[in-house]
Design a protein around this ligand. Structure first.
Ligand SMILES: [Zn+2]
Length: 232
């Protein structure tokens, strides 16, 4: 224990362990994990978020009766998590902003996941979508430095909490654990969401897309390192 901030809390083994325990314990007799907001099953484990009913901030994160108390935690879909915050805060940006780093293989469905789950008050930083906006998808080399420079500036906005957005979603492949740690440190906190689509499925989608996608998928999987604490 002894968290200095939300960042160290969300990366702590106590929180990782509690999340695992809670999501396992709350599976019902049919084997479904039911969202405590909409009462529908949470199909993908990465779509399950442990929501603090009494919201965490720098002043109460040290208090285990709030931060690590199962009674203060609801398991909900990401989309429902947004609805909960819309309802209670009337859509105004609150003191506590959520930042998610969504990572996984090319063709895993990261962009689609974020598009389906980001709310009306959210900022999305997605390199693939920047390429689509700024150039032609099959010739990335030509605009790479421009895309990366816009990306850097968006990351700065997240880091400095610049703007009125409430939740930021950063979409990256990040096969290396050290790079995932680095970006969380750089933006001053946040949670990782691993879109854990299998290599075979990613390759299947890459073949459909054509172009260089297949080699990008292969490159990712040749580097991929699982998160030691997040996954079994
Ligand atoms: Zn739900």
């Amino acid at each position: 224990m002894g968290y200095t901030d939300l960042f160290s809390f969300y990366r702590s083994s106590e929180w990782e362990g509690l999340r695992k325990t809670i999501t396992m314990e709350r599976v019902n007799d049919q084997g479904d994990l039911i969202c405590e907001y909409c009462q529908k099953p949470i199909v993908k484990m990465y779509d399950a978020i442990c929501h603090h009913v009494v919201e965490l901030d720098e002043s109460n994160v040290h208090d285990a009766m709030i931060s690590l108390n199962p009674d203060n935690i609801q398991v909900v879909h990401h989309r429902c998590h947004n609805r909960i915050h819309d309802r209670w805060q009337g859509g105004r940006p609150s003191g506590t902003r959520h930042i998610y780093v969504v990572w996984g293989s090319p063709c895993a469905g990261k962009s689609a996941y974020v598009q389906a789950n980001a709310g009306r008050y959210d900022l999305v930083v997605d390199i693939d979508r920047l390429y689509s906006a700024m150039g032609v998808d099959d010739n990335r080399g030509a605009v790479k430095s421009n895309v990366l420079s816009v990306y850097r500036s968006l990351i700065d906005m997240v880091k400095t909490r610049n703007g009125r957005w409430r939740t930021a979603w950063i979409v990256r492949t990040l096969p290396y654990e050290i790079d995932r740690e680095r970006i969380l440190k750089e933006i001053g906190g946040g949670e990782l969401i691993h879109i854990d689509t299998s290599m075979d499925e990613c390759l299947r989608i890459a073949k459909e897309r054509g172009g260089e996608w297949e080699s990008w998928v292969q490159e990712y999987w040749s580097r991929y390192q699982p998160s030691p604490t997040l996954e079994d």
